[in-house]
Design a protein around this ligand. Structure first.
Ligand SMILES: C[S@@+](CC[C@H](N)C(=O)[O-])C[C@H]1O[C@@H](n2cnc3c(N)ncnc32)[C@H](O)[C@@H]1O
Length: 440
């Protein structure tokens, strides 16, 4: 029997109802969510690399991999037709006849990363039978029940899925027996994964693997050199670094997240891209000064004066139900339903911080109606006469009509997901939602 992706019965019921509103069955949704997208998207850091150079380098590295793994045909590598700084890399078209008998087991989260092309890194290994030697071909399985214990020395008998095969680079001694130091480095160098997605090398700073809708969200905001831009929920800074590139590092780019640790990650990401941004640790829902408070400079950090920013990205904290692939998810309905109230609080602050005629982009990596169209409906009601929903600058998804949501709202948002009847390659990405607004 196939293992469950969602373990909580009420979550299953909730997801069933959500998908019915889009004319999808629960089974359709789960069979989509448990598989990775068919291709990888790489966003080039145009501050320091040309897309042409990045394309050439990735193509060369993919060709080198072909030699290493004895593949006769390389996947396609090409510039995305809609986003000029995005390179698409297709999947490898070969299968294996028999998986090696030596098995490594990883947790479901790590298994999902391998399905998306990652190598297996040391901290992810749960089970490795005694006697398996470095240099040997191994099969990598994901534990679908969440029951395999770290350090297991025998073949794991629980519910598991083959995610790929590769060459073992670290033995049990290095993985489990060094108490003083946490294991690090590649434990298994993957040479085949179940959906044919493999990693490729690229220099630090050249760009990053980024889901296509995430790149699309920054393009929707369209920050220009010289703009005053705010990224309200910014860590780890992937979109921040993209915004800086679109601004050519000219203007002011402010990034906020709620802990210092998360802000340090934003700074690290931006440093590796040589992207300029001011990162501040703050609760974005409280980042607005009242009318009667003294005026401050943006550079001094939050809270900010009202009407301060030309463009604001609100990549909201969410249930992340659109992430793909998901092999095991224990989220409860209570957790899913806790998101909209925070999303709306941050949204309220965003509207106050935005200059008249300014642009706000709201996005999530969730597929639920309440976190997406639900927030849009609420915002249009709450800010009647102040905020208008705008057409997508670049529509790359089909319009998805939803029960009880006005058609004009559905027609303006972009919903990435497993929609029935869609043929665009862009729908084969993660589940994501983007809506653009302008302040009147
Ligand atoms: C979807 S992630 C952002 C991903 C990021 N935009 C990127 O592309 O790299 C949402 C972020 O919101 C942050 N967050 C949650 N509540 C917040 C709040 N009240 N104020 C600021 N940030 C918050 C979380 O810490 C998390 O890092």
């Amino acid at each position: 029997m196939e293992a469950l992706v969602f373990t909580d019965n009420s979550t299953v019921e909730f997801i069933k109802q959500e998908n019915e509103k889009m004319g999808l069955s629960y089974e359709d949704f789960v069979s989509w969510i448990r598989e990775p997208p068919n291709y990888t998207t790489f966003r080039v850091n145009t501050l320091h690399y040309t897309v042409k150079d990045a394309l050439q380098l990735i193509s060369e590295n993919v060709a080198k991999t072909a030699i290493q793994i004895n593949a006769t045909r390389c996947p396609e590598v090409y510039i995305n037709k809609d986003f000029p700084d995005v390179i698409n890399v297709g999947s490898w078209d070969f299968s294996i006849n028999d998986a090696p008998s030596d098995e490594v087991v990883v947790d479901a989260f790590c298994g999902a990363a391998i399905l998306r092309g990652s190598h297996l890194f040391a901290p992810g290994v749960l089970a490795l039978p005694k006697g398996t030697a470095v240099g040997q071909q191994v099969a990598v399985y994901a534990d679908l029940d969440g029951k395999c214990l770290q350090g297991t020395a025998t073949k794991y008998k629980g519910n598991k899925m083959l995610v790929g095969t590769g060459i073992l680079e670290l033995d049990r001694e290095k993985l489990f027996n060094n108490i003083a130091e946490k294991p690090k480095g590649i434990a298994v160098r993957m040479t085949w994964t179940r959906k044919g997605i493999l990693s490729f090398d690229y220099p630090i700073g050249m760009g990053q693997l980024q889901n296509l809708p995430s790149s699309a969200a920054s393009w929707e905001l369209n920050p220009l050199p010289g703009d005053l831009v705010l990224d309200m929920c910014a860590s780890p800074g992937n979109k921040t670094s993209h915004l800086a590139a679109l601004m050519n590092n000219e203007g002011v780019l402010v990034a906020i997240d709620r802990t210092e640790k998360k802000c340090n990650v934003i700074r690290e990401t931006c440093d590796s891209f040589q992207a300029k941004c001011l990162a501040f640790c703050y609760d974005s829902s409280k980042s607005v000064l009242e009318d009667d408070e003294p005026k401050k400079k943006i550079e001094d950090g939050p809270p900010f004066n009202q009407n301060s920013f030309d463009k604001i990205l609100l990549d909201a904290p969410c249930s992340a139900l659109g992430q793909r692939p998901q092999l095991l998810n224990k989220i409860s309905v209570k957790q899913i339903k806790s998101n909209p109230s925070l999303q709306k609080r941050i949204f309220k602050a965003a509207v106050k911080l935005l200059k008249p005629k300014g642009t706000l982009v709201y996005c999530t990596c969730s597929t639920t109606l309440e976190e997406n169209e639900g927030v849009v409906q609420w915002a249009l009601q709450e800010f009647q006469g102040v905020l208008a929903q705008a057409e997508a600058r670049k529509r790359i998804t089909p319009v998805v009509l939803l029960k009880n949501v006005p058609e004009d709202i559905c027609a303006k948002v972009q919903r990435f997901g497993p929609q029935v009847g869609s043929v665009s390659e862009y729908c084969d990405s993660i589940g994501f939602f983007i809506s653009r607004f302008v302040k009147i």
